[in-house]
Design a protein around this ligand. Structure first.
Ligand code: ADP
Length: 249
């Protein structure tokens, strides 16, 4: 079944900082066309896991496989080119450029969609078409001529997702995509993540549990660097150990 294909997996992932083990024994399977949440209290090791998966950090032990290739020894830029893209780190928004120009710049990056689909960009129309299409996907068409600096916080983050999508990720890692957002923007981003995940895998760190409940198919709970529980939200949120460790009840 293609829809339950594992696109990113980790086995026995571990990371030591000096004598301190921040992550240990972590096994993770991220599936195509699913939204997978990584949750847990502060200091649980979520950021470290993201850094290990994207190869910003080298694991002390364990293996990582992306789309059938072992990437345990692969440098981060190559991992990104292979399709594992972390938003809000790689995709910078240029504040002085318009929304449309931000997307056009992103499409023309070395691993941007412009280079995958087309011959050299003599075909400016095609680039513009693709940019407009991306803006329409994320619901930013109306703001196409707005200078990025003038966007609200929430709309800026939507633009960041658009520029990340310009790289055509197979696996999209999102670091607290709803952080600092009002309720309305949370809803927009939730819809967008759901839409994006129809054709790719999404792994996200998220503190907003109602968002996790609403859009995540699978949840992994970390505590003190280890997996405490996993499953769908209902299973995980009813797990007594999770209630004690994470939800405090
Ligand atoms: P989370 O993202 O879940 O809040 P982190 O992955 O940031 O957790 O941190 C997990 C643990 O690892 C914390 O105790 C943190 O202090 C420690 N840690 C993270 N990065 C480093 C580092 N570069 N050096 C030393 N300790 C670190």
């Amino acid at each position: 079944n293609g829809e339950s294909r594992v696109v990113l997996s980790a086995r026995g992932l571990r990371r030591d900082f000096g004598g301190f083990t921040a992550v240990r024994n972590v096994d993770l399977d991220v599936h195509h066309a699913r939204v997978h949440a990584l949750i847990g209290p502060n200091g649980a090791g979520k950021t470290t896991v993201f850094n290990l998966l994207t190869k910003f950090l080298q694991p002390s032990a364990g293996t990582i496989n992306l789309l059938g290739t072992d990437i345990t020894q692969t440098p981060p830029d190559k991992v990104a080119r292979m399709g594992l893209v972390r938003s809000f780190q790689i995709s910078a928004v240029f504040p002085h450029l318009t929304v449309l120009d931000n997307v056009r710049v992103a499409l023309q990056r070395p691993n941007g969609l412009a280079h995958q689909f087309w011959r050299p960009l003599s075909a400016l129309d095609t680039l513009n078409e693709r940019a407009e299409q991306l803006l329409s996907t994320v619901g930013l068409s109306k703001e196409r001529d707005v200078v990025a600096a003038d966007l609200s916080y929430g709309r800026k983050r939507v633009l960041e997702i658009a520029t990340t999508l310009a790289l055509d990720p197979k696996v999209l890692l999102l670091d607290e995509p709803m952080a600092g957002m009002g309720q309305e923007d949370v809803g927009v981003i939730a819809d967008l993540i759901r839409e994006v995940a129809r054709t790719r895998a999404v792994l996200m760190v998220e503190h907003n549990l109602s968002v996790v409940a609403n859009i995540c198919h699978h949840v992994t709970v970390l505590q003190r660097g280890e997996i405490l529980a996993e499953g769908n939200y209902e299973t995980v949120s009813n797990d007594p150990r999770v209630r004690v460790a994470y939800m405090g009840t």
